[in-house]
Design a protein around this ligand. Sequence first.
Ligand code: GAL
Length: 401
Amino acid sequence: MKKLVVVFLVLFSINTFSQKFEGLAETPPLGWNSWNTFATDINEELVKGIADKFIELGLKDAGYEYIVLDDGWMAKERDANGNLVADPIKFPSGMKALADYIHSKGLKFGIYNCAGSKTCGGYPGSRGFEYQDARLYASWDVDYLKYDWCNTEKLNAEGAYMTMRDALKKAGRPIVFSICEWGDNEPWKWAKDVGHSWRATGDIINCWDCEIGHGSWSSKGVWKIINLREDLRKFAGPGHWNDYDMMEVGNGMTDAEDRSHFAMWSMLASPLIMGNDLRTASKETIKTLANKEVIAVNQDKLGIQGFRYSNENNFEIWLKPLENDAWAMTFVNMSDATKRIDFDWMKHGFGDDLNGKWVDLKQQKFNIRDLYNHKNIGDTASNLKAEIGSHDVLMLKLVKK
Ligand code: GAL
């Protein structure tokens, strides 16, 4: 009997301390991260200003929640007790005060560190300090941790991320765990029970389809990322998402390209983490980012990642099954010129074998909603005719009649 009790207690404690926090990120996280625009040039006034803009620009109202500080928030050395310290010049009031400010706006606070000995920017990493760092984040009321993969030498990725997961669990505060190991060790195969999302690739860059080499790795434009990792959909679902990286909307592509980028990240059920300077963003950029109808596709409760339906004549067509037998459908004009579509529904059917969803469009009719123009545009009884500008998108929601 005694033995049984011991076995039970051991199993119970393993179960208690070695699982990720459940019930978080049931839909893809929505937020902002400092890296794409500011790199390590961050400070508390900037971050507070961003929090203010979440409210002023209607981004909180649209669902954005997390404000995440990326690399560069720390002092270069830990203190005498081995604790991480906020950079005293950039963040003179400290992290708890910043978290309090962000929470006072009804938002959530995210922070960054790395599984290696140092972060990519050369600040102290968490290797060997995982439990201590997790306790510190919990004491600062952190809600989200992005955990990078620089300077990890021969560390085993799954093991290293499990250690941090366990440390966060032990610290007791529910913290979304965002894995950032660039897809090198195929985290989609092992991270479902480790984190709430995992980066699928190396870093994004603000271009439509370019790739820029940096020696051992390269940064990739929007379509390079999509094409590299379009096959991961079966690994995504509520609480565990493929992360296609922080967005470049508002960072120099055309408005049309930004709309397509945003539509695609929504179709892919990726976390929607803004990466632009919200204080100087144009009206058009905010219109794209705050589009609730597009965000609703990303946030659909089924949590099914979309898939490429076809790629012909310079048109990409993507589908994403939604709740109530609805579908999101996105046409992207990949060409350099405006193009017309004349889409005959009767010649098409939809099929998602993975989720057992099939539609015979001859039998089943749908009403069509245009999600960027916020208009109902008829139904699938007659051909869909539209003009789509270069690199622009027509994003639809099809609602069963
Ligand atoms: C990279 C990561 C970026 C950013 C950067 C910070 O490894 O992919 O998103 O966090 O490190 O140094």
